[in-house]
Unconditional design. Structure first.
Length: 170
C-alpha cells in the first residue's frame, strides 16, 4: 500500500499564504482592466451622439479630460495592485466613487436637455441610451470597487503574513 499525505486546512492555508509572496494579484488587476472597458463603452456611446450643438460645451471637454485621467489612473492602479501595493487599492475605491458621481453630471443633464433643430425640439439623450450609459458607469464603478476591496484585503493578508515570517526569523 502506498501512503498518501493528507494536508490539514491549516497547512493548505499556510501554502496559499506563502504562494501569495510569489504570485501576482490578478483578480484586482483584471477587474480594473474590465472597468476601463466599461468606461470606454460609456464614452463611445456619449461621444458618438451628435444632437445639435449641445455636446459642444465645456462639460464635454471636462468629461473627455476625466475619461483620459480615469483610464490612465485605472491602468496605473491595475499594475500597482498586481504587486499588492495597498495605495493603488485605495485609488480604485476613489475611482469607483468618481464613476458613480459621473452619472449625475453629463448623462443626467443630457437626459433632461432638449435642442431645437429646424423648428423641431429633440431630446439630447433618449432614455435607452441613458440607461445604457448608466449601466456602463455602474459596471465600471462596481469593478473598481471589487478590485479595490479585494486588493486591500489581499495586501493586508500578505503584509500580516510577511510580518509573521519576520517574527519567526528573529
Amino acid at each position: 500500500m502506498s501512503e498518501t499525505t493528507i494536508m490539514t486546512a491549516a497547512e493548505q492555508k499556510q501554502i496559499q499564504l506563502d504562494r501569495m509572496r510569489y504570485t501576482k494579484n490578478t483578480l484586482s488587476s483584471r477587474l480594473t482592466l474590465l472597468a476601463i472597458v466599461f468606461d470606454v463603452l460609456y464614452f463611445v456611446s456619449i461621444y458618438s451622439t451628435d444632437v445639435g450643438s449641445w455636446y459642444y460645451s465645456i462639460l464635454i471637454g471636462a468629461s473627455i479630460v476625466y475619461n483620459l485621467l480615469f483610464m490612465l489612473l485605472a491602468f496605473l492602479a491595475s499594475e500597482g495592485v498586481k504587486n499588492y501595493h495597498i495605495g493603488y487599492s485605495w485609488l480604485l475605491l476613489g475611482l469607483a466613487v468618481g464613476q458613480v458621481v459621473r452619472i449625475f453630471i453629463l448623462p443626467m443633464q443630457a437626459l433632461n436637455a432638449t435642442v431645437k433643430i429646424k423648428n423641431e425640439v429633440l431630446p439630447v439623450m433618449q432614455t435607452p441610451q441613458f440607461l445604457y450609459v448608466v449601466v456602463m458607469l455602474c459596471l465600471s464603478a462596481l469593478c473598481c470597487l471589487i478590485a479595490g476591496l479585494a486588493g486591500i484585503k489581499q495586501s493586508r493578508t500578505l503584509e500580516a503574513y510577511n510580518a509573521s515570517l519576520s517574527e519567526k526569523a528573529a
